[in-house]
Design a protein around this ligand. Sequence first.
Ligand SMILES: C[S@@+](CC[C@H](N)C(=O)[O-])C[C@H]1O[C@@H](n2cnc3c(N)ncnc32)[C@H](O)[C@@H]1O
Length: 206
Amino acid sequence: MDIDEAYVRWAPFYPPRSHNRLMEVEEHALRELLPQLSGRSVLDAGCGTGRYARLARQSGAASVIGVDRSRAMLRQASASDGRFVLADLRSLPFADGSIDIVLCGLALMDVEELDRAIGEMARVLSPGGTLVYSTLHPSGADEGWTRTFETPLGRHVIPSSWHSMRQHWDACEAAGLHVSHHREPAIDGRSPARPVALVVRADRVG
Ligand SMILES: C[S@@+](CC[C@H](N)C(=O)[O-])C[C@H]1O[C@@H](n2cnc3c(N)ncnc32)[C@H](O)[C@@H]1O
């Protein structure tokens, strides 16, 4: 199954909130790294059904836009959480420097060209703006993780693009972003405790 088809199947079962243990620890870590959202313009890139758009709206953001390339996922998003646009995060339909904060939750495993995605999210950030993103932890590549989701028809595999820590840091640097914080949350109680996600805060330099 290709990625587009996977999201068509997944969308009806993908509520705009954390709905598994990995998402819970990922969201907890991402919230810790957030700058103030109140009064700021926020883009949720790869918004899916609008989980982080909703968080931005509830946090008092001045404007909230969600972008996703899956029509099926966007159809599940709620207009009360923001304005949602069908677009590719590798080619955002926004002017340079026009957005204060870009959030990107668990979307970069779908993107082979990490540099291009991070470069594009950095391009739309205003000077001093902040990108906060999460992805599956790069160690998953070595450990042979398979990304799956469940529907009433069973368990489905979704293809993943893996990027090393070095590729993340290099992509941020090349995009003119300074990585100020990162987190590698693990799921409590699992032994051995292994990080399941990488969450990065990067500020636009200049
Ligand atoms: C696993 S879902 C995460 C959704 C949401 N951000 C969340 O955290 O709940 C990944 C989303 O990224 C979107 N996506 C993947 N590649 C994309 C791209 N190049 N441009 C826009 N959206 C993309 C997918 O369509 C999907 O809705």
